[in-house]
Structures are given as C-alpha cells and as structure tokens.
Design a binder for this molecule. Structure first.
Ligand code: BGC
Length: 298
C-alpha cells in the first residue's frame, strides 16, 4: 500500500490524529464463538509491567487457518521458503506499522499497544499489522430550501454510514487493503462496493458508479492513520487504518449519488454526525475529528 498516495486537499489539511490508541475493545472478554480472552486489567496492559501469571488464550479462527489469500501461513508451525519480513514491505504485503517499529518476540510480532488476553491471530489474517482504509464521505445537512440545518449555532454534518453484516454495527464503509493495492484505490473500491453496491451493478451502472466515486474522491483530507482499537486484535495481530475525509461543501456532487448497500453492508444511509452515535471500532473518534475540524455541531 502506498502511504504516499494521499489525495491533496481542497480545503486545507486537517490535522491527523496520531494517537488514538485505546485498549478497550481489544480486551473485551468475549471474543467470538464462545472464545474468551484471558482477562487483562488496565494496569497490566503495558508490556513493560511484569506479569508472570499472564496466560493469553491461543486462538486463530479455522477460516484463517485454512489459508485464504488474505491470510499468512501459521508461521509457528510452517517454515516458509522465505521468512516473513516484519516491519517492511514484504513482497506485496505491507508489514510496516504506523506506530513505528514493532517488536518481534519469539519470532512473532508483538502488539505495540500491549496485552489483549489472546495470542495467535484470532480472526485476522496477518501476523502484525492488518491494514484497512475508511472513507468518510460528508456533506452539510440541508433543509428543503437548501439552507444548512443548524444546531446550537453550528451546521450539522452528515456522513455516509453502512450497517456491517458481521456485527450489525453502524460504521464507516471501510475495508481491508488487498496485497499490492493502494490506500486511494481501496478507498474508492470499498465505498463503491459497500455504499453503492457496485458488485451487483450492470456494466453500464458500474461505469456510472465509478465516475461518481472518482468525482467524490478527487480531493480528501487525512483524518487518522494508525493503530485501531478493534475487537479482533490479539497480542500478535492488530488492525491499522487510514481514515480520509471527502467533503462536499456545496452538496452539488454528493447529492447526485445513489446509495445502495452491497457486499459486507446490510444497509446504508446519510447519518447525522453526533456524539450520541454508537459506531464500530474507533469510527466515532474519526467522525469527531472531522466534526471538530469543520466546526460542525456535535
Ligand atoms: C473495517 C474498517 C475499520 C478497521 C479497523 C476494517 O475491517 O472495514 O472500517 O476501521 O477494520 O477496525
């Protein structure tokens, strides 16, 4: 993935928030399918705290162990011809972390944020960082007369949200970067697939969707790049993302697009940005950053 393929901004750069490293979701006791983590109290999260009693549950989902294209081999059991190059671009798999150089302990990457109560890869494919992108497509909420809707003296922001089929949470329509793909291509692809159902469109519709998405994504601002407090994280595998904001100040471009849920999304809508929302993983933090930078109601 190319960190450098950032799209330039029409409105001036937003300040990227680099330290959004909470450790709440990745310590949730119930992982999935009845698998439970070893409970990790807050004061034992840091690897620098000595904790000889720590016995993380070793779990890697069978779907990951079956070896799909998006997953690594079980490097604890299989020695590949060429060993993985951690902290580097390894062939077309990006094993670099936004947090800097991560440690390799007993041959495996160590979660830079701390203990999670689980070792192995859980539901994640890659040892170390698993890279995703999150497109935040926004516009101002407007009344029928076209005037911006105001709340406590500030305009109300709307963004495109999808309902994830896996957790039923509302979320930004993000997704994983395929090996060899770039941030900017994946942003467009995920938005097209999840918010405009490009996968089930006819060839003609596909062209139309592509043109709209290219128009929408001409200019964006980086909101965040780094580690994500994701429920799937383990001591050896974790999520990282690049969140970008594509904002339509006048509404003239985004009003033309037809939203239709597809792929991993069960539903899609323009959602009002608000502190009261409950969103997947760190997505509310990303929305809050956009709201604050654009001086919108919260
Ligand atoms: C999601 C992204 C999310 C990332 C980290 C990915 O699976 O598609 O929206 O930010 O995980 O939680």
């Amino acid at each position: 993935m190319s960190f450098l393929s950032r799209i330039s901004s029409i409105t001036g750069p937003l300040i990227a928030v680099r330290h959004m490293a909470k450790v709440n979701n990745c310590r949730l006791f119930n992982y999935q399918d009845g698998v439970k983590r070893f409970p990790v109290p807050e004061d034992k999260v840091s690897w620098s705290v000595d904790w000889p009693e720590y016995q993380p549950v070793d779990h890697t989902h069978p779907a990951v162990l079956r070896g799909p294209v998006w997953a690594d081999l079980d490097f604890r059991k299989v020695t590949p011809d060429t060993p993985p190059k951690y902290n580097e671009l390894d062939g077309n798999v990006d094993r670099k972390s936004y947090s800097g150089t991560y440690e390799i302990v007993n041959g495996l990457p160590r979660n830079p944020i701390g203990r999670t109560g689980m070792c192995g890869r859980g539901l994640l494919g890659r040892w170390g960082p698993n890279h995703a992108v999150d497109p935040i497509v926004s516009r101002w909420k407007r009344g029928e007369d076209g005037a911006k809707t105001m709340m406590e003296g500030k305009p109300v922001l709307e963004f495109v949200a999808i309902m994830r089929n896996d957790t039923r949470d509302w979320a930004i329509p993000g997704g994983m970067i395929d090996p060899g793909d770039t941030v900017s291509r994946t942003l467009r692809k995920e938005f097209g697939e999840e918010a405009m159902n490009s996968l089930e469109a006819t060839e003609e519709e596909k062209k139309e969707i592509e043109a709209h998405v290219n128009d929408l994504f001409k200019a964006g601002d980086e909101v965040y790049s780094g580690y994500v407090d994701d429920i799937r994280n383990t001591d050896n595998s974790w999520m990282e993302t690049v969140a970008m904001n594509f904002h339509d100040e006048t509404g003239s471009t985004f009003n033309k697009i037809k939203l239709k849920a597809g792929d991993d999304a069960g539903d899609v809508c323009w959602m009002e940005a608000s502190s009261k929302l409950n969103l997947y993983a760190s997505h509310l933090d990303f929305i809050e950053t956009v709201v604050k930078q654009r001086n919108a109601a919260w």
